[in-house]
Design a protein around this ligand. Structure first.
Ligand code: ADP
Ligand code: 5GP
Length: 203
C-alpha cells in the first residue's frame, strides 16, 4: 500500500512572504505539489487562470461551496478563497506531499480535519518590514494596504495555534528551515509505524 503524503500548511499574515517562500522552496525541492486555490479575486496583471489561482465568479464559488468541493474556504479581504478538496485528497492518497499556502482562518479550519498536517506560520521580521513589503509589492491600492496591515496585527496572535514559526528575514534561510521541518516530521516515529514490520521482514 502506498504511504499517504504529508499535508503542509504555509500560512501567516499577508505580505509576510508566504508566496515568495513557496515559490523558492518548490523551485529548489520540486517533489512537493502546490495546491491551486479558487478565488473570486480579480487576477493581477501577472497572474494566470489555473496557474496562480482558479479565478471564479461569485456565483461559481458559491455553487462550489454548496457542492462541498472545498477542503476549506474563507472570505479574506472581501474576496472568497478556497482549497479544492478532491485534488488535495487524491494527491495525498497517491503518496505526494501537498502544500497549501492559505490564510489563517483557512489553516485553522484545515487543522480541525487534518490533525496530522504540519502547520507552519510565516512571520515577518517586524511590522515595519511587513508594511514595506506590502507597499513594495505594488499590487494593492492604499485602502487595501491599510486593511491588510491592520489584519496582520491581529493575525500575529494566532501564531500559537501552529506547530512551527519561521521568520522570513532572508528567503533562502526561511526555505531551508521549512525543508528541515519537513525532513524532521518525516522521521517521526508515529509517521513510520510500518517500518518496524518492514525492517523485521527484511532480516
Ligand atoms: P504573502 O504571500 O505572504 O502575501 P509575498 O510573498 O507576496 O507575501 O511577499 C510580499 C512582498 O515582500 C513581495 O513584494 C516580496 O517580493 C517581498 N518579500 C518576500 N520575502 C521577502 C524577504 N525575505 N525580504 C525582502 N522582501 C521580501
Ligand atoms: P492574495 O490576494 O494576496 O493572493 O491572497 C490573499 C490571502 O489569501 C493570502 O493570505 C493567501 O495566503 C490567502 N489564500 C490564498 N488561497 C487561499 C485558500 O485557498 N484558502 C484560504 N483560506 N486562503 C487563501
Amino acid at each position: 500500500m502506498t504511504k499517504k503524503g504529508l499535508l503542509i500548511v504555509i500560512s501567516g499574515p499577508s505580505g509576510a512572504g508566504k508566496g515568495t517562500i513557496c515559490r523558492h522552496w518548490l523551485d529548489k525541492y520540486p517533489d512537493f505539489i502546490l495546491s491551486i486555490s479558487a478565488t473570486t479575486r480579480k487576477a493581477r496583471h501577472n497572474e494566470r487562470d489555473g496557474i496562480n489561482y482558479f479565478f471564479k465568479s461569485h456565483d461559481e464559488f458559491i455553487s462550489m461551496i454548496e457542492n462541498n468541493e472545498f477542503l476549506e474556504y474563507a472570505k479574506v479581504y472581501d474576496n472568497y478563497y478556497g482549497t479544492p478538496k478532491k485534488y488535495v485528497e487524491d494527491q495525498l492518497l497517491s503518496g505526494k506531499d501537498v502544500v497549501l499556502e492559505i490564510d489563517i482562518q483557512g489553516a485553522l479550519q484545515v487543522k480541525k480535519s487534518f490533525k496530522e498536517g504540519i502547520f507552519i506560520f510565516i512571520a515577518p521580521p517586524s511590522m515595519d518590514e511587513l508594511k514595506k513589503r506590502i507597499v513594495g509589492r505594488g499590487t494593492e491600492n492604499p485602502d487595501m494596504i491599510a486593511k491588510r496591515f491592520k489584519s496582520a496585527f491581529e493575525e500575529l496572535r494566532y501564531m500559537e495555534k501552529y506547530n512551527y514559526v519561521v521568520v522570513n528575514d532572508i528567503v533562502e534561510e526561511a526555505v531551508e528551515k521549512i525543508q528541515a521541518i519537513v525532513t524532521a516530521e518525516k522521521c517521526r516515529v508515529d509517521r513510520n509505524k510500518e517500518l518496524y514490520t518492514m525492517i523485521q521482514g527484511g532480516v
